[in-house]
Design a protein around this ligand. Sequence first.
Ligand SMILES: NC(=O)N[C@@H](CC(=O)O)C(=O)O
Ligand SMILES: [Zn+2]
Ligand SMILES: [Zn+2]
Length: 344
Amino acid sequence: MTDTLTITRPDDWHLHLRDGVALASVLPHSARQFGRAIVMPNLKPPVTTTAQAAAYRERILAVLPPELTFEPLMTLYLTNNTPPDEIRRAKDSGFVHAVKLYPAGATTNSDAGVTDLSKCYKTLEVMQELGMPFLVHGEVTDLAIDIFDREAVFIERVMLPLRHDMPELKVVFEHITTKDAAQYVESAEGPVAATVTAHHLLYNRNEIFKGGIRPHYYCLPVLKREEHRQALVRAVTSGSSRFFLGTDSAPHPKGLKEHACGCAGCYTALHAMELYAQAFDQAGALDQLEAFASFNGPAFYNLPRNQGSVTLKRQPWTLPAELPLGETTLVPLNGGETIDWQLL
Ligand SMILES: NC(=O)N[C@@H](CC(=O)O)C(=O)O
Ligand SMILES: [Zn+2]
Ligand SMILES: [Zn+2]
């Protein structure tokens, strides 16, 4: 039994840092765990231009505690009207590393998202030409489609036509939750990859309803059946370089999670590597964690691996029940519970 694991310093390829006082509260957690993170642009208003991304990046670095090193990798929020030139500016900036698709209405702060991808083809062509990765929240928004099927239907209705029309576009299928998505990413031709969260590796949809409704397990895409969880575990431990770590840590105030119409998102930035270690350990695949957490992401994004290393130790750690979030509080996933691993 492995009790200590030292790996190259990992990165988080899908993270919500928010803004203002909330940003200042959550940033140290991610910076303690990860060298870099792809920072999601779904602020209010969204980060749609390179100029806005530059300003957001400065706000992040301004509240980074001086003893921590952390590089925010910025993204732009694609709208129906993002001009092709904005992609050239983004590429030239050196700090914008991807462009994000939020199908309008699919998730938190997606109202300004894309209503029809065909409106964006001129812009996507420039992304394809410049090698700018396209990060996709892969769920259809058609309310006639069952919520548990929205990811699988997205493959048929959006992913296949898009990749037929733009075969060289680099695409990351974000936070995949189904065996359909895992199989698609494993076998598709061309530059396709996926991020996988810790919570989708550890839990199936029963977790949301154990003994009553448990809103801190509600995120989008929603947790799926056990067979899908197992397919995700198989994919990330298979040795395929197409899968990499993306926590999708998404802070919401406690009062908006524990609510009649609660927000979607799980907060895992505090204990992300511990949760991934638990998932890989359960699968008997701790030896695969380093590639997933520290090698596959930089390879896809054409960035160097981090310098330095981190060590995870098998030792019980009781998580705080609540954490500050600006002037309010948030409940981390597994808040108040004891987990098996700890990042030293
Ligand atoms: N994952 C979530 O449930 N929520 C994310 C948005 C997202 O990544 O879809 C958020 O910003 O809160
Ligand atoms: Zn999303
Ligand atoms: Zn997200």
